[in-house]
Design a protein around this ligand. Structure first.
Ligand SMILES: NCc1[nH]cc(CCC(=O)O)c1CC(=O)O
Length: 315
């Protein structure tokens, strides 16, 4: 199994390796360094796939047989010769605030600094109109959290899932409600890939680690993102949830509910409060892809097509 060498990537890969070992498989873990790990330049400059392309190459070269990615870091375009074998049970997809003195977002005073390198988070936090100052940051989870503990920043916004996997949820001062901060499509989910011609491994991964609800939710979110032509750095948020609903005859049916947001002026550079365009819809669980596509079309109709910002191109 190939993995990046960060603490988060190793933990994620170990989880999948353990599941395979419990099923009687032998697993060896191989660390692959990616340009995203070597460079500390803004992601928008290094390009989409900075964390994932080297791992996919190792898969294609047969250096490894399985690759475990943070799903949201994958480009939306399919990779020839590689299949998504499994989407494991998802962590809590929400974003989290780590602020000084245990503060919540609403308790931070105007002018307080909030670190994030994400145009999606920046746009949504600025749209709250709290007068918070967004500061671009990068680096692994430990580096980012330390900026708050060292007093360099008043707060940071970061994926709850990453902290959960590293056993650090106690440092969160507020888990952000998706009503004010929609996470990145596929945040908190893993993508387990193998070579398309490796049918045995594909079936093995599917039967041992795939989770149907996680796959349906992520399919809706990612189809929305792909239809909006956004990369992982686009000012687009999306969250799908599998919900129980009642049929007309009173029987229970599982449906999928999808919320989406696209931001204008989300590049973190402009001084004005960004405009957020939101939409939501519900469909049968089997219609995840269509739901994602239709919600994206609705967002485009509402003006999302006019958005600009880094990442909003063919990536
Ligand atoms: N883009 C970086 C990245 N990729 C995956 C995670 C966290 C874990 C996850 O969302 O699955 C993070 C960190 C973050 O966004 O704060």
């Amino acid at each position: 199994m190939g993995t990046r060498g960060s603490a988060l990537a190793l933990t994620q890969t170990e989880t999948i390796a353990d599941a395979l070992r419990r099923a009687g498989q032998q697993v060896e873990i191989v660390k692959v360094t990616t340009p995203g790990d070597r460079s500390s330049a803004p992601i928008a400059e290094i390009g989409v796939g900075v964390f994932t392309s080297a791992l996919r190459e190792a898969l294609a070269n047969k250096q490894v047989d399985v690759a475990v990615h943070s799903y949201k870091d994958l480009p939306t375009a399919p990779e020839p010769g590689i299949v998504l074998a499994a989407v494991p049970v998802r962590e809590d997809p929400r974003d989290a605030l780590i602020a000084r003195d245990g503060l919540t977002l609403a308790e931070l005073p105007a002018g307080a600094t909030v670190g994030t390198g994400s145009v999606r988070r920046s746009a949504q936090v600025r749209a709250l109109g709290l007068g918070l100052e967004v500061v671009p940051i990068r680096g692994n989870i430990d580096t980012r959290v330390r900026k708050v503990h060292d007093g360099e920043l008043d707060a940071i916004i970061i994926a709850r899932a990453g902290l959960a996997r590293l056993g650090r949820v106690a440092e969160i001062t507020e888990t952000l409600d998706p009503i004010q901060m929609l996470p990145a499509p596929a945040q908190g989910a893993l993508a387990v890939e193998c070579r398309a011609d490796d049918v045995d491994i594909e079936h093995l991964l599917q039967s041992i680690v795939d989770d149907e609800a996680a796959r349906a939710a992520v399919t809706a979110e990612r189809t929305m993102l792909a239809t909006l032509e956004g990369g992982c750095n686009a000012p687009v948020g999306g969250l799908a949830e599998v919900v129980e609903d009642l049929n007309a005859d009173g029987s229970i049916v599982e449906r999928i509910s999808l919320r989406g947001v696209a931001a204008a002026g989300g590049d973190g550079e402009s001084e004005s409060v960004p405009v957020l365009i939101r939409a939501s819809a519900v469909a049968d669980k089997s219609d995840a892809e269509r739901l994602g596509r239709e919600l994206a079309v609705e967002l485009l109709d509402l003006g999302a097509g006019a958005l600009s910002g880094p990442g909003r191109n063919s990536r």
